[in-house]
Ligand binder design. Structure first.
Ligand code: NAD
Ligand code: UDP
Length: 339
């Protein structure tokens, strides 16, 4: 019998790719999303790719009643929680919003799960929980010291999960710390569709390439890196969601708490990414060098060995594929999803 997986935030960037892979792997995803950062058109695209229209329940993870109705009406085997807010700058100006969406929302969700005896949970954490430990290659033992409210909200949820597991060891929990997710499904039908001016590098580059923005601002070229620009561990979103499938498999073996970084183990500078994108798209990406962005670390990436040991998972797709798939999505959907 196919397992029902509740995917909160399942119409968002990472969630939509997860839903596609879940369907293709024989699961039945049920999406719960309030469309605060996504559009219903995503569902048509998921259907175009998979031939299956996933069930959608519209609602907010902070609303206990809506979640209880969902759990009452559907048998759920496991939950993957993507619902949340992710803009670092906004988390600094509106911390309560972030603690409400991310922390309060996840606690409400866990409470409802417990009430309905669903105890398999995969959580989207982030490399931002690490802050700056004074070195560049992170592993799961790297001290947790988030330097912004977004990262703090992820750390707070992680703490809740660690305390929950300690008190109730019959839960199966995977905390997955993502490095820098980029790219899109190879069909170009789903991808990242940021609201307004993108905060992140890859969507900004692709909007410049498609002619939506005149140039890219490169935040600093005086870092102690290969070419002076910031280096990150970019991971293809399809690799990322495939890591979640492995995590579900491992969780189904029994109660446990797993904490794993999901990244490639490599790093790419801003200038290297621009060059790779120009090659993949055949478009020029004009840029200008600007001052450093506050709070940026020069370089970091993950040591990917624990993911391999615990999940049997390694990222397969390279930077060229990440750029090619991003461009395929962006060039076919220059304005993102239709309203
Ligand atoms: P996204 O904004 O594209 O997707 C989030 C989805 O959740 C959206 O569809 C939004 O409408 C929905 N949502 C938000 N709050 C909700 C609520 N209270 N109730 C119901 N639905 C709600 O973001 P994404 O890039 O797909 O990220 C998914 C998760 O992964 C987030 O938790 C994010 O913090 C985490 N993450 C993302 C990145 C990244 O770079 N994209 C990196 C590390 C971690
Ligand atoms: N960056 C940049 N211009 C932009 C956005 C980002 O030069 O418009 C740089 C940023 O300083 C960092 C890298 O690109 O070195 C990745 O930034 P992003 O915001 O995508 O990821 P994060 O810093 O959150 O890991």
């Amino acid at each position: 019998m196919s397992q029902n997986i509740l995917v909160t935030g399942g119409t968002g960037y990472i969630g939509s790719h997860m839903v596609v892979r879940l369907i293709e792997s024989g699961y039945t995803p049920i999406i719960f999303d309030n469309f605060s950062n996504s559009k219903p058109a995503v569902l048509d695209r998921i259907e175009q790719i998979t031939g299956v229209r996933p069930l959608l329940v519209k609602g907010d993870i902070r609303n206990e009643q809506e979640l209880e109705n969902l759990f009452r009406n559907h048998q759920i085997d496991a939950v993957i929680n993507f619902a949340g807010k992710k803009a670092v700058g906004e988390s600094e100006t509106d911390p309560l919003l972030y603690f409400s969406y991310n922390v309060e929302g996840t606690i409400v969700l866990l409470r409802v799960m417990k009430k309905f005896n669903v105890k398999k949970f995969v959580f989207s954490s982030s490399a931002t929980v690490y802050g700056d430990p004074g070195y560049d290659e992170f592993n799961e033992e790297t001290p947790l010291a988030p330097i912004n409210n977004y990262g703090l909200s992820k750390w707070m949820i992680e703490e809740v999960l660690r305390k929950l597991y300690k008190a109730e060891p019959d839960w199966s929990i995977a905390i997955l710390r993502y490095f820098n997710p980029v790219g899109a499904h190879e069909s170009g039908l789903i991808g990242e569709d940021p609201n307004g001016i993108p905060n992140n590098l890859m969507p900004f580059i692709s909007q410049v390439a498609v002619g939506k923005r005149a140039h890219l601002n490169v935040f600093g070229n005086d870092y102690p890196t290969r070419d002076g620009t910031g280096c990150r561990d970019y991971i293809h979103v399809m690799d990322l969601v495939e890591g979640h499938l492995n995590a579900l498999d491992v969780l189904s073996k029994g109660p446990q708490l797993l904490t794993v970084n999901l990244g490639t183990g490599g790093s790419t500078s801003v200038l290297e990414l621009i060059k790779a994108f120009e090659k993949a798209s055949g478009k020029k990406v004009p840029y200008q060098i600007c001052p450093r962005r506050a709070g940026d670390k020069a370089a970091y990436w993950t040591n990917p060995s624990l993911a391999k040991t615990l999940l049997g998972w390694t990222a397969k797709r390279d930077i060229e594929t990440m750029c090619k798939d991003t461009w395929n999505w962006q060039s076919k959907n220059p304005q993102g999803y239709p309203d």
